[in-house]
Design a protein around this ligand. Structure first.
Ligand code: IPE
Ligand code: IPE
Ligand code: MG
Length: 234
């Protein structure tokens, strides 16, 4: 079985905290290292010809962490966006965010809008960042929007099918991920892309996210190519 390159890879970037702990450093040190890992990886994925990467940066469940850690993560995101905007002429990558952005602070929301606008004409890899993203929350928000459109008379109840439902999700313009990668040895989805991963192949590695590298990416792609994707057939 030889599948071609996945068009879309989704990544659960897990293990930043443990990576820092092993070094007797604060968790923020691990998150910072994780952001650098992402940048390296994106360049490589763009070179290989991957079209879409979706990363899980902050889940709807991550708000229960300490205020200190949540603030650190939000500030890191702001920094990440500012750096991109500053150096954007050097980058080929198109970025947008998925998730319920309305819960993020106004400054971050504005930065995201600016980022999406500035990168919208880029021709390279599409990076989708999951921010206050949860698969269940996304499905509930989609259901509400469908209900509103029925109430307004824009659609009929009988119009609802899988395609229509997909078009109300945050990922409406993105093909489903063929491959989902999770680092740090955990083997669960943690509420990531529940609808979209219905037929994804999974790749789990014990590597902590900051240690994830090109070799590991190639490994994941190689394994993917050897998977027998049956989609319910024989
Ligand atoms: C993943 O690393 C990053 C986020 C969830 C934001 P963690 O912070 O979950 O790191 P571990 O799992 O505690 O090692
Ligand atoms: C998943 O990692 C969320 C992100 C990577 C942003 P978590 O570390 O939050 O997941 P659990 O709690 O181990 O399932
Ligand atoms: Mg974790």
């Amino acid at each position: 079985m030889d599948n071609s390159l996945p068009r879309h890879i989704a990544i659960i970037m897990d293990g930043n905290g443990r990576w820092a702990k092993k070094r007797f450093m604060p968790r923020s040190f691990g998150h910072r290292a994780g952001a650098q890992t992402l940048n390296k990886l994106l360049k490589e994925a763009d070179k290989i010809g991957i079209e879409h990467i979706t990363v899980y940066a902050f889940s709807t469940e991550n708000w229960v962490r300490s205020d200190d850690e949540v603030n650190t993560l939000m500030n890191l995101l702001k920094e990440y966006i500012e750096d991109y905007i500053k150096d954007n002429s050097k980058s080929n990558i198109k970025i947008d965010a998925i998730g319920d952005l309305s819960r993020l602070d106004e400054d971050l929301q504005n930065k995201i809008k600016k980022l999406e606008k500035i990168s919208s004409h880029k021709k390279g890899l599409n990076l989708h960042i999951g921010l206050n993203y949860g698969g269940r929350d996304e499905i509930v928000r989609a259901a509400k929007k469908i209900f509103e459109d029925i109430e307004k008379g824009n659609i009929l109840k009988n119009d609802i099918n899988e395609n229509l439902f997909s078009s109300y999700l945050d990922t409406k313009n993105i093909p489903d991920p063929e491959l989902v990668i999770r680092t740090s040895g955990e083997q669960r989805l943690s509420n990531f892309l529940l609808w979209q991963s219905s037929y994804s192949e999974f790749y789990f590695t014990d590597k902590l996210w900051p240690d994830f590298d090109i070799k590991e990416l190639n490994n994941a792609i190689e394994q993917f190519k050897n998977r027998d994707r049956r989609f319910g057939g024989r």
